[in-house]
Design a protein around this ligand. Structure first.
Ligand SMILES: Nc1ncnc2c1ncn2[C@@H]1O[C@H](COP(=O)(O)OP(=O)(O)OP(=O)(O)O)[C@@H](O)[C@H]1O
Ligand SMILES: [Mg+2]
Length: 394
């Protein structure tokens, strides 16, 4: 049986496939650092399409003179037992920014301050006068702790570049699972804060990415016409592998598994080219037999819990409201707002709250004024469980 990774493997190069065009694009977007031109980037795409893996690879291949920090907001979310705050995100950013200096020789002196600076942060002692002097960042005399913290963190990357022009051209900061910012009390304020700093920073690129559809509320808030960046961010969606890529990937990664041409086509239809599903499906297949279309279907339904494993985990994290909305839409395809509202027992306001959450999580789509479940694997899995168990997973 193949053993393809279900998460991001530590040996990136062993498993990373193609995405050449996306990598060229990303590199073009940061190619202006030397001329003091920085872009801000928003990368959307459904769950399991390969956003994080792509960005890991991009990060690994960054030129020597570009620093980078990677923050996964779902980790901060997890550690906070479901509560994510601006302050925690700032801590996470600062920690990763400092961490990125470890192997850059002249910057190591700042890296060495990491532990003592972070200790100050965790003690909520935001008196950065001394730290500000050490880092050379003028810390404004403000009363509000969060303001002090955020100005330290937000000024930091540009300052590092400015002080090290001979070695460093730019700083890339990746915020993964950024849709969780939607859980802040005031997501707009956070986006505006970042925008207000990036406006004057010519060598810092933020890349926001997460599982959310290009039309979600959170995307509107950050880059919509009324959003903080007002359309100035470069936005691009990561697409699943196309049919040919999928076949090439299978040939390269699991040459021991044989398919008939119809079997291959069926495999592509079942996975839609999503690398996460391709991998989890492959891991259920055996050598020594040739998969035709029927065998692919049989395996698909026989091992659906394993193939849709990603959703088994996500399902467990959803609230009862969210589950109910998904169940309704699993049974009825697309629904207008009023039709959806008529099927639930709670208020307009509550429904709005949870549909927005589901949109931010990239689970619900809202196109042509109709709500629908974006992911067919999620639908297949739920339908299958309902048929087999008589009820939806609890
Ligand atoms: N280019 C690729 N080559 C090979 N495998 C890939 C590629 N992209 C993604 N994968 C595999 O697909 C799975 C999902 O990838 P990844 O975690 O990057 O997706 P994602 O879009 O970040 O998903 P999520 O929205 O859930 O965070 C991983 O197991 C990864 O190993
Ligand atoms: Mg990801």
């Amino acid at each position: 049986m193949p053993n393809l990774p279900l998460g991001i493997p530590s040996d990136l190069d062993k498993y990373f496939f193609n995405r050449k065009k996306e990598l060229i694009k990303l590199n073009t977007f940061i190619s202006g650092f030397k001329q003091n031109v920085a872009n801000q980037i928003l990368i959307t795409g459904r769950r399991g399409v390969g956003k994080s893996f792509l960005l890991m690879k991009f990060r690994m291949e960054l030129p020597e003179n570009v620093l980078s920090a990677y923050v996964d907001l779902s980790k901060i979310h997890g550690m906070q037992k479901g509560r994510i705050t601006e302050e925690k995100v700032m801590h996470g950013l600062f920690e990763e920014m400092l961490g990125s200096l470890e192997n850059k020789d002249p910057l190591r002196k700042i890296y060495k301050l990491k532990d003592s600076l972070l200790k100050k942060l965790s003690a909520k002692n935001y008196d950065f006068k001394a730290a500000g002097n050490l880092l050379g960042i003028p810390i404004p005399q403000v009363d509000d702790d969060y303001e002090k913290l955020s100005s330290l963190v937000m000024e930091f990357p540009q300052k590092v570049v400015d002080d090290n022009r001979e070695n460093i051209d730019g700083f890339v900061i990746i915020l993964d699972e950024f849709q969780l910012i939607g859980e802040f009390e005031n997501p707009e304020a956070f986006f505006w804060l970042i925008r207000s700093y990036t406006q004057h920073q010519d060598n810092v690129t933020y890349i926001f990415t997460g599982s959310t559809s290009a039309t979600s509320e959170i995307v509107e808030k950050i880059n919509g016409a009324q959003g903080a960046f007002g359309g100035r961010m470069i936005q691009f969606p990561v697409e699943p592998f196309n049919e040919k890529d999928t076949y090439d990937y299978l040939k390269e990664m699991i040459s021991e598994i044989k398919f008939t041409p119809e079997g291959l086509k069926r495999f592509y239809k079942c996975t839609n080219g999503y690398p996460s599903y391709i991998n989890s499906f492959c891991n259920t297949m055996s050598e020594g037999r040739t998969y035709d279309s029927e065998m692919v279907i049989e395996t698909f339904y026989g091992k659906l819990d394993q193939i849709a494993v990603m959703w088994v985990f996500i399902w467990a994290t959803l609230s009862d409201y969210e589950k109910e909305i998904i169940e309704i839409l699993t049974e009825t395809e697309a629904l207008s707002w009023n039709d959806l509202l008529s099927k639930v027992n709670y208020s307009n306001k509550t429904l709005l709250k949870y549909t927005n959450r589901l949109k931010n999580k990239g689970i619900l789509s809202h196109t042509n004024k109709k709500y629908a479940i974006e992911d067919i694997m999620l639908r297949s899995w739920l339908k299958y469980r309902k048929e087999n168990d008589g009820y939806y997973p609890p």
